[in-house]
Design a protein around this ligand. Structure first.
Ligand code: THU
Length: 145
């Protein structure tokens, strides 16, 4: 794994960058495959090099196989050769924003323990939190021998 940049260089860009990223996340939510929950979630993951990778939730008739939007975006990015990320925008069609689930927090931490996480629902203001605050005292790659 590439070393992580210091926390300062992981700051989000100006507000309009975040809003652009959130627009991509809202668009990705429209592509969700969610026939069971009927809940659409989209994610837009911003890599260090400026590339953006979109993901959406993909459900399954075997419910436990459901893939969240966040992990779908990370998998797309890593499969394209990206391992360094600055921020993720997470949008849902539900009125209130969703915070990423525990599995997605751990999955994102693998690559970007200080990732900026922006969330928004269909009727809520954009909110920003750092992954380090969403998953404190995490089990991390550096814990392995
Ligand atoms: N979901 C996400 O994609 N991301 C989240 O942050 C929370 C939940 C999806 C999984 C499932 O398809 C639906 O939302 C309801 O849980």
């Amino acid at each position: 794994m590439q070393p992580q940049p210091p926390a300062d260089s992981a700051r989000p860009g100006p507000n309009d960058d975040v809003e652009d990223l959130m627009r991509v996340a809202h668009a990705a939510a429209q592509l969700a495959y969610a026939p069971y929950s009927k809940v659409r979630v989209g994610a837009a993951l911003l890599a260090e090099d400026g590339q953006v990778y979109a993901g959406c939730n993909v459900e399954n008739a075997s419910f436990g196989l459901t893939l969240c939007a966040e992990r779908s975006a990370v998998v797309r990015a890593v499969a394209a050769g990206e391992r360094r990320f600055r921020a993720i925008a997470i949008a849902t069609d539900q009125p209130k924003a969703f915070m990423p689930c525990g599995a997605c927090r751990q999955f994102m931490l693998e690559f970007a323990p200080r990732l900026w996480v922006h969330v928004q629902g269909s009727k809520s203001a954009l909110e920003t939190i750092n992954l380090a605050d969403l998953l404190p005292r995490a089990f991390a790659p550096s814990d392995l021998p």
